[in-house]
Design a protein around this ligand. Structure first.
Ligand SMILES: C[S@@+](CC[C@H](N)C(=O)[O-])C[C@H]1O[C@@H](n2cnc3c(N)ncnc32)[C@H](O)[C@@H]1O
Length: 357
């Protein structure tokens, strides 16, 4: 513990006497630390194993997953004192059923431990970000080895194919008949895989700058003849009137030049085409986001990823909290005469812009 920290703790030894702001800071460090432990438990399958409801000693849980007992014991200390798991008088640890609903890769109610992985994705670039504050520039995508893996996993929480397609009347029927579909900044191609499997008469293409993400996308879609992927810097997209439906999933705000991309997408669309842009929902004005339930998370992930990767490509650094006002303005400027913003019940994080020429 650093000197400054220990002084604070001495001064306010009895936590009940901490002024609310200082107590909040203690709560913040506890929650940040818990997020790391949640991420570790998620990655190791500990929550999925504990969903059985069994109560076991640290050695019992370690043995059931082939893990090191000392590490499992310390981890159980962290998540138990955080109120995630319980310990009984015999030193046996268990995960209550109502917590198990939200934890682990196979969480029945949707994994909330999955999003905790962002802390570990972002933490390693902290020193580079500090340097960028002083010297400018950005941190490139290549500095985040687990980014695409976590993005793909996390996306399963927010992506709902039926709800997304339901935003446009008659779209499912058109996909059933056979149309040309593009996903720009497709990452590992999760959304396209689901669509291509469901609509074999339609043709699907995914573009992404990342060779690694496209290699994984190709591997995972090897058995889908109507789906192909290309490594492409979408700033240089040259398609003209080639697609009936275009998607971007969280892929506008971290582009180097989002306005160029929106113009490229507009040009790539046929006359009766639709563009569905899923992107982070916020207001453009910081003050208007004070009550946004995820605002600190969105601004921090933007600072440590979305904004900085754009700046690293010589871009404008639009940022994840570009907001619905700015988005509407930019979409209109790119030539979309008809833009409707939607929110979907299952997804508190994103806005869905349905755009036509
Ligand atoms: C936030 S991720 C979203 C990925 C994917 N759509 C998803 O929902 O999982 C943004 C994606 O845009 C890609 N990207 C960033 N700059 C790009 C560029 N200039 N051209 C093409 N893709 C780019 C990144 O590699 C990344 O996969």
């Amino acid at each position: 513990m650093c000197l400054a920290h220990s002084k604070v703790v001495d001064e306010f030894a009895d936590q009940a006497e901490l002024p609310p702001f200082a107590a909040g800071l203690v709560d913040t460090i506890n929650k940040a630390a818990t997020a790391m432990s949640l991420s570790i438990g998620h990655r190791l399958g500990l929550f999925d194993a504990m969903r059985s409801g069994d109560a076991k000693s640290p050695a019992g849980w370690a043995n059931s997953l082939g893990l090191q007992e000392r590490y499992v014991a310390e981890w159980l200390g962290a998540v138990t004192t955080a109120g995630i798991t319980y310990v009984d008088d015999l030193g046996r640890y268990s995960l209550p059923a109502d917590h198990a609903l939200f934890l682990g890769a196979d969480a029945p109610a949707g994994s909330m431990s999955s999003m905790m992985q962002w802390v570990g994705v972002l933490a390693p670039v902290e020193t580079e970000i500090v340097r960028c504050f002083e010297k400018g520039g950005g941190v490139p995508y290549s500095a985040y080895p687990r980014f695409h893996e976590v993005m793909e996993e996390e996306g399963t929480l927010t992506f709902d194919a039926d709800a997304t397609l339901g935003l446009v009347t008659g779209l499912v029927e058109r996909l059933e008949q056979g149309i040309d579909v593009l996903d720009v900044g497709c990452g590992r191609g999760r959304a396209l895989r689901i669509f291509a499997e469901r609509f074999p008469n339609s043709r699907f293409v995914g573009y992404d700058l990342s060779c690694d993400a496209i290699a994984t996308a190709r591997e995972k879609a090897a058995d889908l003849p109507n789906l192909r992927f290309e490594v492409l810097d979408c700033m240089k997209m040259r398609d003209e009137r080639a697609f009936d439906l275009v998607f971007t999933f969280d892929a506008i705000h971290d582009q180097p030049h989002p306005e160029t991309l929106l113009g490229n997408i507009r040009r790539a669309m046929r006359d009766d085409a639709v563009y569905i842009a899923q992107d982070i929902w916020a207001h453009t004005d910081v003050a208007a986001n004070r009550d946004h339930p995820l605002a600190p998370f969105i601004y921090t992930i933007s600072l440590m990823h979305c904004m900085t990767v754009s700046l690293a490509q010589g871009g404008v650094g639009l940022g994840a909290a570009w907001g619905e006002e700015k988005a509407s303005e930019m979409l209109a400027k790119a030539g979309f005469g008809d833009v409707a913003m939607h929110r979907l019940e299952h997804d508190i994080q994103n806005a869905y812009y349905v755009c036509r020429g």
